[in-house]
Ligand binder design. Sequence first.
Ligand SMILES: [Ca+2]
Ligand SMILES: [Ca+2]
Ligand SMILES: [Ca+2]
Length: 211
Amino acid sequence: MSSNGKFSIDPESGDLLVADYLDREAKQMYMLVIEAWDNYQFGYLSGESRNAFKQIFVSILDENDNTPVMTVPEGCAQVTEFHNIREPLMEIKATDIDDSETGNAQIEFEIVETIGTNIFYLKQIASGKAEIYSNQSLNNLYGNYSLLITARDKGVPSNAVSEKVDICVLDFNDHAPNFIFPSNDSIIHVPENATVGTSIIQSYFNGGPRT
Ligand SMILES: [Ca+2]
Ligand SMILES: [Ca+2]
Ligand SMILES: [Ca+2]
C-alpha cells in the first residue's frame, strides 16, 4: 500500500484506517494500491498463495481549519477632502486556503467599529474583495479616521480576522485669502518725496487654509 504513512490496513479484516494527521491543504488526493494475498500464512513460501492488486483513490474532504488572511493598505490611506464619493477610498482583500469550492474559503467583510465618523461604508466586490467609500462629501472633514474591519469565512463554524485601517482626509487649500484693506480699485496717495523704505500701506486679509 502506498500511502505516505497516512493510511494503514488491518491485514485480517481488510479495514482501511487513518494512520496519521491529514491536511487537505497539503495533499488532497491519495492513490493507494492494496495488495491482497490468499493463503498467505501457509502458502506464501511454497508458492501456494495468490495475490491481487486493487487501486483506490482517497479524497480528503475540506474542514474549515484556516482563518482568512486580510491585506489592507499600509499606513494611512490619504485622500483629499475633495475626494469623489463615487471613487473608493481604499481596497481590502482577503484570502483563505481552505477549499475554494466551499464556503470555508468564501469571505465576507464588515465594518465592526468606526473611530471618528460614521460616514464610511463598505462595498463587497467579490468574495475576498471589498472597497471602502464615504457616503457624503469629505469637504471640511479633514482629519484622521479609523475603521476596524472583519473578514469572515462562510464555514460552519466560521473563522474571522480583524484589521484596523486608517483614513487620513487631507485639508485642501481651497480658500484664497481675501483682501479687507485696501479695497478694490483704491487709489493710494504717496508723497513724491517718499524715501526708499517708506511704508505706504498695510494690507489686511483674512482666509487661509482652514476657513
Ligand atoms: Ca488543513
Ligand atoms: Ca481545510
Ligand atoms: Ca476558512
